[in-house]
Design a protein around this ligand. Structure first.
Ligand SMILES: [Zn+2]
Ligand SMILES: [Zn+2]
Length: 324
């Protein structure tokens, strides 16, 4: 497959710069995936000559998903990190993880330029636009692949399968794992409490939620309630930049929500400038995302379901969005 890259002149200058190796940031965010001009979900390994172009496109538009950088020493109590350290023959090592890599080229280009070596892939679910680059990156870097236990047979190259209540430690950052079925049967999310970061894949989106491909509305509502219990200052790193179209639907579901109306205006302004809307703040999602508000009487009223169970209202909202 030959991707259709925009001409270089059409690509804005990147604002991101590879941090120095001494950088102690936990998360470097390359932005939502969807504006990257590749057919999401298809594996494509760009020829070397195209790498500079990829790099600029990736930096300007976002390679999608997140790269986590951990400069600290490996812990001594985590099998996953110890294995990785042994594998690289390192006693002090840098942890570099990518969440849900769809395609190899942009990830490699960014890592190469930064002088980083990938140690981990975190997968939230089996869809090919989240695991498409697993095997290629594992072959190249020998990285460890962490993914959902319930879907371990559908995660290419998986080494460590996790489920509700498990933790995964990357350097000195620890993520708690939630089982969040609904979009797929075996979807998980990674919550880094200290870093206030939630990697929720396709379960929760800014002003939206994932389609129910393999789960029921009851399951998805229960999954979203797990997120709603997290602190308001959690940053939501969802996997797609669907926010603007989600906002168009959200205002029809919750028309009297003034916070939502204001946010929809801010999103239009951000997108008009080409800015990403991810990550968002969980507290803002709680106040404005209709899929987190199915137990609010206003949402029930919109769908003529006053007094009905929240899961029933949630199902009505999701179904209205599917037809929107
Ligand atoms: Zn998906
Ligand atoms: Zn996806």
């Amino acid at each position: 497959m030959q991707p259709c890259l925009p001409p270089l002149d059409a690509v804005p200058r990147p604002s991101w710069r590879a941090p120095a190796l001494a950088c102690d940031c936990h998360f470097h965010i390359f932005g939502p995936y969807d504006r990257f001009p590749l057919d999401a979900g298809r594996h494509y390994d760009p020829p070397a000559a195209l790498i500079p172009q990829y790099l600029r496109v990736a930096e300007a538009l976002g390679i999608g998903r997140m790269v986590i950088v951990q400069p600290s020493v490996y812990g001594t109590d985590n099998r996953c990190t110890l294995d990785a350290a042994a594998q690289f023959g390192l006693d002090r090592a840098r942890v570099v993880a990518v969440v849900d890599p769809a395609v190899e080229g942009p990830v490699v280009a960014v890592l190469d330029r930064a002088g980083w070596r990938l140690t981990h892939i975190l997968n939230t679910h089996h869809h090919n636009d989240h695991v498409g680059a697993n095997l290629a990156l594992k072959t190249r870097y020998g990285c460890r692949i962490v993914g959902p236990l319930a879907d371990r047979d559908r995660i290419p190259g998986i080494d460590l399968a996790l489920a509700e209540g498990d933790t995964v430690t990357l350097g000195d950052a620890t993520a708690r794992v939630f089982d969040v079925p609904g979009h797929t049967r075996g979807h998980i999310a990674f919550w880094f409490a200290d870093e206030k970061a939630l990697f929720c894949g396709d379960t929760l989106f800014a002003l939206g939620c994932g389609r129910l491909f393999e789960g029921t509305p009851d399951q998805m509502w229960a999954s979203l309630l797990k997120f709603r219990a997290l602190p308001d200052d959690t940053r939501v790193y969802c996997a797609h930049e669907y926010t603007q179209s989600n906002a168009r639907f959200a205002v029809t579901a919750d028309p009297d929500n003034t916070s939502l109306a204001a946010r929809a205006g801010e999103i239009d302004a951000a997108r008009a400038k080409g800015d990403a809307t991810v990550p968002s703040l969980l507290g803002v999602e709680k106040a404005t995302n209709p899929f987190l508000r199915a137990d609010d009487p206003a949402l029930a009223a919109t769908y003529g379901l006053k007094g009905r169970d929240a899961a029933v209202v949630f199902a009505a909202i999701r179904s209205a969005k599917d037809r929107f």
